[in-house]
Structures are given as structure tokens and as C-alpha cells.
Design a protein around this ligand. Sequence first.
Ligand SMILES: *Cc1c(COP(=O)(O)O)cnc(C)c1O
Length: 437
Amino acid sequence: MDFSRDLICENLSVCGDHLLFAGQDTAALAEKYGTPLYLMDEERIRKMARIYRDTLAECFGDKGHVLFASKACSFKRMYGIMAEEGLSVDVVSGGEMTTAYKAGFPMDKVYFHSNNKTDADIELALDYGVGCFVVDHPEELTAISEIATRRGVTQPVMLRITPGIDCHTYEAVNTGKADSKFGSAIVTGDAANITWMALTSTGVELKGFHCHIGSQLFDSEVYFATVDVMVDFLKDMKDTFGYVTEKLDIGGGYGVRYTANDPEIDIAANIRAVAARMKERVAEAGIEMPHIYMEPGRSLVADAGLTLYTVGAVKRIEGYKNYVSVDGGMTDNPRYALYQSEYTVLPATKMTAHRDMIADVVGRCCESGDIIQPDVKLPGDMKRGDLVAVLTTGAYNYSMASNYNRIPRPPVVMLRDGESYVAVRRETYEDIVRLDE
Ligand SMILES: *Cc1c(COP(=O)(O)O)cnc(C)c1O
């Protein structure tokens, strides 16, 4: 059985029949920590963080910055790792902000996004001393201005702009078009209006502009288009209002390999190409080079993650379909249910066996849509007690997990230098009922 095609990231390998992750035996980890289990390869996270950080520094010197879009994977230890690597972070809620704060993350390096910040969110962010708000729309700007003015503080803000680019990815994650729920569109004049508003409001100081176009992108075409539109906009704001932009954030979005069909992407080469385009356009426009920010989420953490499950029921419906049920499901990985996302699913303890059964790998929720992945090739003798690994689950899995059916969430175990440690402990049934009066 040739399994080499399945090893879609450098942190995967096989020893005997067993799948290794970050050089460690997945079966031994399942034995030690139980299943379902999220594993995360700390070295891989650090490696990706350094690629972004060092390449942006190489291209823009001290004007190149990387923000981790922490909604991809948010728990205290993750903010600790990002702080150690010198990254800043995005947060989109009071909960993410509080997690960063409790982790001791430097709050002046926190950027607060979200398309609907409540007054309570705004107050909390001011309490924590969040470095910058990324303001979505005029009403929100008014609310921030009023609250900051009342407190006698001046809050640095950036404005979320929709450059009007259709990025050909899923509609549900397509956020850069003018009709998006996020930001203020250039084409409608709303972007210029909110800029003027920010320049003339009390309690806020305009630092620049932000945009985020798409996700799971495998080349830089979308970024090139973004750079072109945004540099024009910066020039327009300079010509119209005399405003010199200090910070420009061009968003996240580079893709990762969920399956062997996804291309491998050279992030550093892509960043260099985007930087070259930026320098060219900025020079043509005759404006000052702003500080440049990129804010990857998925590509920093996705392939640093792997989920392990234990097989329960194996159902063979003769002439119809096979099901392999696992001890987790849409509660720990809702992405197939939400977006029909593809995943690579491997028989972690039968890696060398011939895979002659096609089965849907399903979870244990009372929901026929509770599918981890349909039509997976597995050994025909898969049975109760076997282990199954789902690859590339480091982004938008733990952070999207739920307690549907009152299923406790799995722990997150970090792997580093041949050792492992718990970053998030397993939820217990006591945790499940702790809020019930
Ligand atoms: C989700 C998000 C990101 C990260 O996107 P990825 O595709 O995970 O890299 C960056 N910026 C904003 C504003 C986002 O909402």
C-alpha cells in the first residue's frame, strides 16, 4: 500500500503500521490522552509564524508586520506562542480578547475586528488597552468615539474597507465584495465618508485601513488586485483629505493542504511577490510606504493540527453504503457540515493495509449531516477500537467546536521536541452542567 501521497505535510510520517505526527506515535498519544483528541505540532506553528514574520521583515524592514487571526485557533497557550514569536493578533470578540489578556499577551499588539462590536465589547477593549480597533461601519465609529471621548482617551483605529474584489472562493467565506456584510465599500463612497468621519471624530485616531478578501487562496492574484485597489484608495485619501496612511492591512487567506489534491504553496515566495507589487504601486502613486500588515489564520495553524478518533460502529449496508462511526464528529469538526470541506482521513494504526472499503466517516450526533468526510478509502477490516486520524484540523476546528448533544470538547495536546503537554484539558460532564441552575 503506497501511503506516501497521504503524507501531505512534512510533520507526518509512518513507522510500522502507525501514523506518526511531529515524530510521535499517534496510537501512543491516543492511549495516553484518550480520544477524540486534538494534537498540535508546536514546531510547525512556530515555523509558519517565522516564515511570515521574517519574510515581511525582509521585504518591508520594521514596516512589515504579521497578525495572527486568532479566531482560527484560540486558547491561552496559542497566544503565548504567538507572543514568543513576536506576532501581533486579531481578535473578534470579548472572549478572544479575554483569552489573550489572561494569557498575558501584550494588549497593545491586539487588533479588535468584528462587524458588530457591542457597547460592552468596546468598553471591555478599552479596559484591556487593546492597541487598535478595526472599525467596520459609521455607527460603530460613532459608538467608539462616544465611549472613548467619555472616558477621556484617544483610541487608535483602522477602518475596514471592502475593495470590491470577487475572489472566486465559497460565497460564505467571500468577504471582499461591495455587498459584503463586512466593512465600508470604496465603490459606494462609504469608504471615503467613514474616513472623513474618523478624521473629524473625537476620541479616535485614524491609523489606516484594513481589508480581507478571501480564504484558502493558493496564489497571490487576489492580493495583487487588493494592493492595486488599496494603494489607489490611499492616494485618493491623501489627495482628497491630505491624510497620510500609517498602516495598511491586506488581510489573511493563504491556503493549506487538506488533501493531496491541494497544491503546496510557498508562502515566502508569495509574500515577496505581493511586496514587490506593493512597492511598485506605492512608488507609482507617489505616496509614503505605510506599515504593511498581513493577518493569516489558517495557514499558521491548520496543518499543525491533527484529530484522532476511535472507531465505534462499522456499518456495512450491502449494496448501498458503508459507515465508519467515530467518537467525535461535527461537535469537534463542523467544517464538512458547514462547507462540505474536504479532509484526508487515515487509518492511523493500519497505515500499510490495503484500503478496499469506501465509507462515510461519521460522528455520533443525532444529525444525518454529522459527517466528517464522505467516501473515504479505508481498510476493509476496520473495526471497533481502531484509530482514525483526520489531517489539517488545526484551524477552525477547536475554535468552532460545540457541545451539541452535550458532548464534551476534546483536549488540545501540544507536541514539541518529542514531548507532549496539555494546552486545553478535556471537558468533563461536570463542565457540561456547570452553567445549569
Ligand atoms: C478570518 C480572517 C482572517 C484569517 O483568514 P485565514 O483564511 O484563516 O487566513 C484574517 N482577517 C480577517 C479580518 C478575518 O476575518
